[in-house]
Design a protein around this ligand. Structure first.
Ligand code: NOJ
Length: 767
């Protein structure tokens, strides 16, 4: 690659190029982002650029292309960056953003190679675009900087949700953003704010669980962690996939969903709103269709709700090829220009058009010329993209120091990832106190194919899109290795990967730990019409149970699985997809180094076939089997090695006007002999309500650290929006409103009745 020499370079580019040279020479970078101009200066820069930009250059800012179009033969082969490809995309089409989709990286996968690749793309854009505008580089770092080999892989979101700990989620996002920044990348396509309500859906594990309050709080924490990180560069978060992506009609990814406006507004949209209000700089649009309208074409969703109701001012990016899909798949547009016009007018600022920047440019130019899209809308969209670049400090600090990337990324934050994975463990059964495994245990048998399998332990979106590619060794610790390392001297660990041998060895074991689970996969390929434990794994556990000796099942999976023949063991530990440090974390809990504190962020079904399944199921009149919320383990369940008691619950006032938040104090005690972390949820129920209310609804939560025997009083607040519902008949469309009347608040065994009196007449809790 031979960059052309520039005849006239503005001072900005000279500075950027000099900085690049310094960085490539290995000089130490200043802390990131501190050079970013304040808001007014950024606005002025954007106005100035827009004044000087051509229509094509503005369209370029609205385009995002996959890095594979810049590599090799400029098609999909990957390889080294190619001068001809860079020229077409970054100079001729003036493309404003590049992404690495799952598994799309440099030919040699090291952090330093990533940084060199991203720096080179950036350098080319700065030097060859007419106005020397930096590119925004996006990546899916959804559980650590997961595409980069050697980066620490955190638990997937569903596991982090089981911690119920926003501070921990924030720290994980901060660590991820620092790793992302160290490789020169400024935009992370995370967090996911979709809800996990249908276990058949392949992206269940990418969510923070089934509850809108919990998922919203954790997604907001991830946004703060990402955007507050102080690494080599600033990193923007993306709240995705707006909205209601998670309940496709038949459980298969990207199949259209039909949801009532009430359910959409009160439940599905709530977590995105909370996360966006935490300051997210970008939003990615749902690939699917809702109520007969593709989200990418919904002006109601992307403008009326997102911008007008929620006040979002950042960048809205489409998902993969979704603007084109309005024409080719959904057929709501007759050709590409009309599809582009639909999306852009609905509110899409940037189109993820991974392969065909030129076609997008031609289409949008044609749409502008024929009056389908106004120039004002182009300025608005391109202006938002430029403003995001300015806010990130990209004009001042476009590069990362490739010389430092390996040191900053390889193995970084392992202790944090181990702590997060340990905190995500949910102990669901512990009969006869089988756990923690006592130091007196002489023989531990470890069985199950998942016991020594880093690929399935890490899950989808790890190094590759679907999973760690064949032939690639992911550094990390498997459950077997974790157990071997943690077992006390004098305890023999027998690995029995073969089912027959495992059954034999189990007969003389003090305990058998059998690790079962799912195969790693992502998106549609992870769909599972029957989310159950595979028959051979059920048979294995049954044969181990027949030994008559204690058996502990450890599940490595992205969703609760119907256990069938594997149910009913003495111990059951849900470990989710715990990442590279997962083996240590599981062992920490099995041997009692960590007292388990995770709680289910989802409902665990008893049988297959009752999807969607969630604890907020509304009441009905069918009293037949399985028609109610019929679960093996409920939302919020999880055991500990100690015991707790909720001593009292006191509301600040017995009555509040509608639309006000509700304060309370709760006294809790650790009544056992071990220190522990208690998750304290507060649920609301309605004795009588205008629109159907679930039997309980999470309205507040906190976590409390309690030493053995210790008591503490904690404060919680219920936001008015947690009590609000869309009022009215079948055609109810909002705005959400807190109904007057009685609300029963419950935590543990304690309840208190709150009387909500008349507040503002309508929309008193407008979200
Ligand atoms: C498609 C996925 O739906 C989305 O989550 C991801 O961010 C983009 N591809 C980019 O890889």
């Amino acid at each position: 690659m031979a960059p052309r020499t520039l005849r006239r370079r503005p001072a900005l580019v000279l500075a950027a190029t000099a900085l690049c040279a310094a960085l490539l020479a290995g000089s130490s970078p200043a802390a990131a982002g501190r050079d970013a101009p304040p808001g007014r200066a950024a606005d002025e820069r954007v106005r100035d650029l827009l004044r000087r930009m051509t229509l094509d250059e503005k369209i370029g800012q609205m385009t995002q292309i996959a890095v594979i179009r810049l590599q090799g033969d400029c098609r999909e082969s990957g390889g080294e960056l190619g001068e001809a490809c860079l020229r077409t995309v970054l100079r001729d089409h003036a493309v404003g953003s590049v992404l690495s989709g799952g598994g799309m990286g440099p030919p040699r996968n090291t952090p330093a190679d990533w940084a060199r690749m991203v720096n080179a793309v950036q350098k080319y854009a700065l030097e060859h675009s007419r106005l020397h505008i930096p590119v925004l580089y996006g990546v899916d770092a959804v559980h650590g900087h997961n595409n980069v080999l050697g980066a620490t892989v955190f638990p997937h979101q569903i596991g982090l949700a089981a911690t119920w700990d926003p501070a921990l989620v924030r720290s994980a996002a901060d660590a991820t953003a620092r790793a992302v920044a160290a490789t020169g990348i400024d935009w992370n396509f995370a967090p996911v704010a979709d809800l996990a309500r249908d276990r058949r859906w392949g992206r269940y594990y990418e969510t923070y669980g089934e509850d809108p309050l919990l998922a919203g709080a954790l997604a907001a924490a991830a946004v703060r962690g990402t955007e507050g990180a102080r690494g080599a560069k600033r990193v923007a978060a993306t709240v995705k996939h707006l909205g209601g992506y998670s309940e496709p009609a038949n459980g298969h990814d990207r199949v259209p969903a039909d949801v009532s406006q009430r359910y959409l507004q009160d439940t599905l949209l709530a977590p995105y709103r909370t996360a966006i209000r935490a300051g997210a700089q970008s939003v990615m649009v749902n690939s699917g269709a809702l109520n007969g309208v593709p989200a990418t074409a919904s002006r109601h969703l992307l403008t009326d709700v997102l911008r007008r109701q929620w006040g979002f001012t950042g960048v809205t990016v489409s998902d993969w090829q979704d603007v084109r899909a309005l024409w080719t798949k959904y057929k709501v547009a007759a050709d590409y220009p009309h599809a582009i016009a639909l999306a852009v007018n609905a509110g899409v600022d940037m189109t993820m058009e991974p392969y065909e920047a030129g076609e997008f440019a031609d289409g949008l130019r044609a749409a502008v010329r024929s009056g389908l899209v106004s120039r004002a809308r182009i300025d608005e969209a391109a202006g938002r993209v430029l403003r995001m670049k300015a806010r990130l400090g990209l004009f001042e600090r476009p590069f990362a120091d490739a010389g430092r990337a390996n040191t900053e990324v390889l193995g970084a934050d392992r202790d944090l990832a181990r702590r997060a994975a340990a905190a995500s463990q949910v102990l669901l059964r512990n009969d006869k106190g089988v756990l923690p495994i006592p130091p007196s245990a002489r023989k531990i048998v470890v069985a199950g194919a998942h016991a020594d399998d880093m690929v399935d332990q890490a899950g989808g979106w790890t190094v590759g899109w679907q999973r760690v590619p064949d032939g690639v060794r992911l550094p990390g610790t498997t459950v077997l290795e974790g157990i071997e390392e943690a077992a006390p001297a004098g305890t023999r660990v027998v690995h029995a990967p073969d089912a027959r041998r495992a059954a034999e060895e189990a007969r003389t074991a003090d305990v058998t730990v059998v690790v079962v689970g799912e195969k790693a996969a992502a998106e549609g390929e992870a769909d599972s019409p029957r989310p159950e434990l595979a028959a051979d794994q059920q048979a294995l556990v049954s044969s181990l149970k027949a030994s008559g000796r204690p058996v502990v099942v450890v599940v490595l999976a992205g969703r609760p699985l119907v256990l069938g023949g594997a149910a009913g063991t003495d111990g059951l530990l849900m470990s989710w997809l715990p990442g590279t440090e997962g083996g240590h974390a599981v062992a920490d809990v099995l041997f009692g180094k960590v007292n388990p504190a995770g709680r289910l962020p989802v409902s665990w079904p008893r049988r297959t076939g009752n999807e969607p399944l969630y604890y907020q199921q509304l009441p009905g009149t069918n009293a037949g089997a399985e028609s109610a919320h019929d679960v093996a383990y409920d939302f919020g369940d999880g055991l500990s090695y100690t015991t707790y008691r909720v001593d009292s619950l006191a509301l600040d006032a017995p009555s509040v006007p509608a639309g006000r938040e509700v304060g309370m104090t709760v006294r809790v005690s650790n009544t056992g002999a071990r220190d522990g972390d208690l998750v304290l949820p507060v649920y609301a129920s309605r004795p009588v309500s205008g629109v159907l209310a679930p039997p309980r609804k999470l309205v507040a939560f906190t976590t409390v650290r309690l030493g053995a025997g210790q008591s503490r009083t904690v404060r919680l607040t219920v936001p008015a929006s947690a009590l609000a519902v869309t009022p009215g008949d079948l055609d109810g469309a909002g705005p959400p409103h807190v109904e007057q009347g009685a609300y029963v608040l419950t935590t543990g065994e304690r309840t208190a009745t709150l009387d909500v009196s008349r507040g503002a007449p309508a929309g008193n809790a407008r979200p």
